[in-house]
Design a protein around this ligand. Structure first.
Ligand SMILES: Cc1ncc(COP(=O)(O)O)c(C=O)c1O
Length: 393
């Protein structure tokens, strides 16, 4: 083999989501796209706000030569400033342009942050279930992903966290609203987490960073608010994107912000600026930077996702599926009616319903339904969901 052993292993263990995607393509070719209910991918299906198209057209029509050139690795100062003004209000912290780095999406942001802080063997601790890619991101930069259990409702479990932190823990990585559970961590649980990180940091004589992955922050329901991590913990770093809340994941635009109160704020910013360059991103896409500078605070119509969530939850609850109604994201994470989630996902596949086993997210015994699909897909899938659970009653 000419490719690296590590990549060979990654390909061999290729994520459930991708496998499901390929299976979906096969079923769609066989039965027609309308007869396959594909809930496997978190690809937003609510259109971007109308303003996005207006601003995009205007930005393109006013582009000059300079607008296609290299720029500071952190991004256009004007764009960082616009993001910072919004963040200062959102995070209740004195964020300015010098605290912000524009990145290629949230995954670019996380990779830049991890590259900046990890030494070989450092541990990144994350609550499970969690986003599948985290283990690769930690490994990309010499780190090791370690996991810690959450409570039965997928909230943070302070006792488990205190036990799981070791002398090697450098980063505590959270994602709220959470993919795959839809849970949003409360202000109280962030306060408890902050206390533990402070205390363990003193015990092990090192700074433990709180890295918060927040691409679903604006996709919340029933008046739920996502608490500020900057207010909760000084050594915090926020990574996010406009992929989900503006429905532009292909445009690869997001940002990193370092808490102005962080102990080594300037060093962190210097390290991340260099990491953004040497990881090969160089800078975030220029056109999209200029567009999102004019879109601060906007989002897709969240009521659309709320309607889909209700359609799905009401239908599934009626058949006896058990789940927490997600306060955020466009994911539902029901308990599998049988212990083997992969077997149940196969039973759903028999009904031409594609979902992802919880095992793919370190959450065995559950499965993930991405409800960023048409209302018809949800409605037409209901008889299949009912037949599948009834097989195991
Ligand atoms: C929890 C989480 N983090 C990060 C990402 C990556 O987002 P982006 O496309 O902005 O890089 C995703 C995408 O699905 C996600 O669900």
């Amino acid at each position: 083999m000419t490719i690296s052993k590590k990549i060979e292993n990654i390909i061999a263990g290729s994520s459930f989501i991708r496998k499901m995607f390929e299976e979906g393509a096969r079923l769609k070719a066989q039965y027609g796209a309308d007869n396959v209910y594909d809930f496997s991918l978190g690809n937003p299906n609510v259109p971007p706000p109308e303003k996005f198209n207006e601003i995009l057209r205007e930005t393109v029509s006013t582009c000059g030569l300079d607008d296609h050139c290299y720029m500071p690795n952190t991004g256009y100062p004007m764009v960082c400033g616009s993001v910072a003004d919004y963040l200062a209000k959102e995070q209740q912290a004195p964020v300015t342009a010098k605290d912000v780095i524009m990145t290629c999406g949230a995954s670019g942001a996380l990779n830049v942050a991890l590259k900046a802080v990890l030494d070989p063997g450092d541990e990144v601790l994350t609550p499970i279930p969690c986003f599948v890619e985290y283990k690769f991101y930690a490994d990309n930069h010499g780190g090791v992903l370690k996991t810690v259990a959450t409570r039965p409702n997928f909230e943070l479990d302070p006792d488990a966290i205190a036990t799981a932190i070791t002398a090697k823990t450098k980063v505590f990585l959270i994602n709220s609203p959470n993919n795959p559970t839809g849970q949003v961590y409360s202000a109280e649980s962030l306060e408890n987490l902050a206390e533990i990180l402070e205390q363990k940091g003193r015990e092990f004589n090192r700074t433990i960073y709180l890295l918060s992955d927040e691409p679903y922050r604006k996709i919340v329901y029933d008046g739920v608010e996502v608490p500020s991590i900057f207010a909760a913990y000084p050594n915090s770093i926020l990574g996010t994107s406009y992929s989900k809340d503006i429905s532009i994941p292909g445009e690869r635009i997001g940002f990193l912000a370092v808490n102005p109160a962080a102990t080594y704020q300037k060093d962190l910013m210097a390290a991340m600026t260099v990491a953004n360059r040497i990881l090969g991103y160089v800078n975030a896409p220029a056109l999209m930077q200029r567009v999102i500078a004019c879109m601060q605070g906007l989002s897709v119509d969240i009521a659309e996702y709320a309607r889909k969530r209700d359609l799905l939850c009401n239908g599934l609850a009626g058949f006896g599926y058990e789940f927490i109604k997600p306060p955020g994201t466009f994911y539902l994470f029901p308990r599998s009616p049988i212990p083997d989630d992969v077997e149940f996902v196969d039973a759903l596949k028999e009904e031409r319903i594609l979902v992802v086993p919880g095992s793919g997210f370190n959450g065995p015994g559950y499965f993930r339904i991405a409800f960023c699909v048409s209302d018809d897909t949800i409605k037409n899938s209901m008889p299949g969901f009912e037949r599948a659970i009834n097989k195991f009653k």
